[in-house]
Ligand binder design. Sequence first.
Ligand code: NAP
Length: 684
Amino acid sequence: MTVPTLQSLIAGRWIGNEPAAALSCAVDGRTIYHTHAELPDFAQALEHARAAGLRGLLALDFQERAARLKALAAYLLERKEQLYAVSALTGATRTDGWIDIEGGIGTLYAYASLASNGLPSGNLVHEGPAVPLGKKGGFAGSHVLVPRNGVAVHINAFNFPVWGMLEKFAPSFLAAMPCVVKPATATSYLTEATVRLMAGSGILPEGCLQLIIGGTGDLLDRLQGQDMVTFTGSAQTAARLRATAALVRNSVPFNAEADSLNCSILAPDVRADDPEFELFVREVAREMTVKAGQKCTAIRRAIVPRARLDEVLARLRQTLQRSVLGDPACEGVTMGPLASLAQLDDVRSRAAELRATADVVFDGDALPPPRGEGVAGGAFLAPTLLLARDPHGSAAHEVEAFGPVCTVMAYEDIDQAVDLALRGRGSLVGSLVTHDPRLAAAVVPRIAAMHGRLLLLDRDSAAESTGHGSPLPALKHGGPGRAGGGEELGGLRAVHHQLQRCALQGSPAMLSAVAGEYLRGAPVIESELHPFRRHFDELRIGESLLTHRRTVSEADIVHFGGISGDYFYMHFDEIAARDSEFGQRIAHGYFVLSAAAGLFVSPAPGPVLANYGLDNLRFTKPVAIGDTIQARLTCKRKIDRKRKDSKGVGQGVVAWDVEVRNQRGEVVASYDILTLVAKRATQD
Ligand code: NAP
């Protein structure tokens, strides 16, 4: 049978026909693909990304790219079985594949939703609020984030060929950065299969995604200041690549996610019959066996109280003994091989280094041989549990065996446990298994600076816990020090990270025009028509209504107290109110809010469909009996999410700036209200 040659996607063309390196199946070692021998033209790849890629991405705005990302996720989900079939060749079980494939697609969905809800229309993010920089209100400052007009080079590790690419691609795509993806060669065939689907979907603009099979040649030497590199892999490679002369010379941002000697601490409050004990054992065993321990977040160091050591070792041995190694296609197999024979060699030699300072607790000697045909040629390694002889001097604080290997170390007291945790010198994730919130509150501040993420696991969170080893789109992934010092994911932070932040100074009118949203102090547009009578597409930023006035009476306060049940002394107790900071009874803040709505609302049915929230509320001055209030309502921001209601009528989000002032012109309440506003029926 002929062995297919993988291809790179460069400048819109799939290139590579001459076979080069042989890539083998993790399960049985047979050659399944070749990389290609032709060297891609990286100058052409970058030119294509900078021209066609940027043009296509910037022809869309944040909201449109979010919609494309969602469509792409749905497209891939429908075709996921094609990817599972290829994933099996990497040795992944169905569960392993699920983390990689559906985890990756889920990340696309999550980013589509985050962007749709949290990014504006257009291609500029205003990072408000603006701050006054002069005494008379004529000069202010703020920040904007804009696309960098550069290329994102993504260099990925071998262990998550799909998720590893998609979790980087999603924020880059939203930030309008064309991506050049370089997967690790060993499992690049699964990334190639995914990119073929993505490129064939017709959903992505031309040039926004290119793929390199094999080496990066002179690609990094050609990068410029607007570009960026995001790397996942070993600390050694990260150190070498981040020192590339062109990257240093041109200040190209380099984000690294590297090795991590993650720990899990079993706290001293946990007894062997507590649920937390079982949770700890389950997490350690799971992190050793899922993906055959080839997870950057896997637990490499299990830190346990000496008083619990024997029980922990016995339970872990028992649990690991249930592992069923073999071809994931075989019934009952729970653990596949490592991704390649080279990886098997690497993990074996690292495990030997670890054994120099540890005793073997479990190495699968008593496990049956791996199930399946031809598995003798596969990259199988049984789970290996070690016990550090001297916890402080253990090689486990220095050496990462990127496979099913974990070292247990015993501590005498919590101070020693903290010290051991910190010896990892910077980790992606740590977990503390305890049912004592006071202990957690004391330990977390001591170890958090050395961790990218901390899981506090106990019986209350267990049922819903996503586990020690799962990076999530909403939470930052990345750790300090040895873990590379980078940050990925973390919600919209990852998108903002790939945009360029620029501080802006100028008059409020100037800043408003640039930011595309109304800022206080900028001129407003007043007309005969109430802004609530305008459809989304007609409404202009800055369109404003100054309401009539209303004098607040004691009856208002009494009625509002009756309706709300709020009889707080400040509103009802003359004597206590006189002794207070305000010296008199004042109106409820929520009355002021309600009265303002009464002042600015336009009651008849119209294009405003719903008021769905309120942001940034501040009651800045008290409103006393006899004070007169007046509101100004101004169209602040419009976001077109390209949504339609059930009748097919389009709608958009409008944020309104509301200022309520008293008879002296002082602001008494300030906030944004959020509404859904219909488009004209003929519009999208
Ligand atoms: P690696 O050997 O450092 O390789 C990582 C990536 O760098 C691969 O795509 C590799 O390509 C590429 N690369 C190597 N040398 C290069 C060069 N001179 N120029 C350009 N690219 C180069 O790591 P790995 O073996 O794939 O992955 C295992 C390591 O990754 C482990 O140490 C693990 O801890 C770490 N990891 C970290 C995370 C995280 O999120 N922090 C996630 C997963 C893995 P080739 O394959 O073609 O050499």
